[in-house]
Design a protein around this ligand. Structure first.
Ligand SMILES: Nc1ncnc2c1ncn2[C@@H]1O[C@H](COP(=O)(O)OP(=O)(O)OP(=O)(O)O)[C@@H](O)[C@H]1O
Ligand SMILES: [Mg+2]
Length: 275
């Protein structure tokens, strides 16, 4: 049975595209049939990361009803299949993101995993990316603005009937002041699916002459190892909630209290926005 998973965040730039590409390749290397979809219809970056920006037929053409989805599927690096988004602003303006779910369902059954790279925020195209999946993996950095925004994405996803299954922490540097994984689990009420360290090798993916995701270029680098671990959890072992140790009331415990109080108000606000 296929698992359709959208990789989403609240804030931009937290690593959705990076994780989607590398996780897709890692799953494929673990003998899973994987389709990776660039559902960021406005700011398509995934094809750049995969070195496939010249693919002639894109998701834009499919969402415009001008091409068949099967013609927009390409063979990508590491054995993945890939649907690129379009780079044209003009066609972006005309696409109807609400058709995404039907498009994905049309091809999903040929795969074990379909991974969608969502845009940031909670705009219409984000909603469409969330609605197209059964499961949502949320990405956040270990700081309060990033966690606060991903909480909104979680609430929106639940409201439209998708199931947030866990959270991926990215850009971990082990610095003082980072919110701990335990506190993030408590705030978001979700298990941690992956903990990806800050890794300069990841950033180099766009900077090489031959662009390639880190998992192919440097499979032994810390981020690649963490992503492979996450892929193994997804493709096999079921993920257990990590034990939460008791901590004395500090800044983050107080922040957590704030989140709990804000949650209801936020849910109400988002409900209004999305109606
Ligand atoms: N673990 C990491 N270590 C170092 N750099 C990283 C890591 N994860 C992502 N990056 C870098 O951070 C930048 C933003 O990543 P990415 O484009 O994947 O984020 P995004 O969430 O998809 O952004 P957007 O919201 O704009 O779509 C990229 O330059 C990427 O190489
Ligand atoms: Mg992106």
């Amino acid at each position: 049975m296929v698992r359709i998973i959208t990789i989403a965040s609240g804030k931009g730039g937290v690593g959705k595209t990076t994780i989607t590409a590398n996780l897709g390749i890692a799953l494929s290397q673990q003998n899973q049939r994987v389709l990776v979809v660039d559902s960021d219809v406005a700011m398509a970056n995934l094809s750049l990361l995969l070195g496939m920006q010249s693919s002639p037929i894109t998701l834009h053409d499919v969402l415009l009803g001008e091409s068949n989805v099967h013609d927009a599927i390409y063979e990508g690096p590491g054995g993945i299949h890939f649907i690129p988004s379009g780079l044209s602003i003009e066609s972006y303006r005309r696409v109807d993101p609400e058709r995404l779910e039907a498009v994905i369902r049309e091809v999903a059954d040929s795969y074990d995993f379909v991974l969608l790279d969502a845009p940031a925020g909670i705009e219409k195209s984000v909603m469409a990316s969330l609605a197209a999946a059964d499961e949502i993996l949320l990405i956040t950095m270990p700081n309060s603005p990033s966690v606060a925004d991903v909480l909104k994405t979680k609430i929106v996803a639940q409201r439209i009937g998708s199931n947030p299954i866990g959270v991926i922490l990215n850009f971990l540097r082990g610095e003082k002041g980072e919110i701990s994984d335990e506190d993030i689990m408590k705030m978001l009420e979700l298990p941690i699916y992956g903990m990806i360290p800050y890794d300069p090798e990841v950033r180099k993916s766009f900077m090489q002459e031959n662009v390639a995701p880190v998992i192919i270029r440097k499979p032994e680098s810390p981020a690649s190892v963490a992503i492979n671990k996450m892929a193994a959890k997804l493709s096999g072992v079921s993920v257990e909630m990590q034990p939460v140790k008791k901590k004395k009331e500090g800044f983050f415990a107080r922040l957590f209290g704030f989140f709990k109080r804000k949650k209801k108000a936020d849910a109400e606000e988002i409900k209004k926005e999305t109606e």
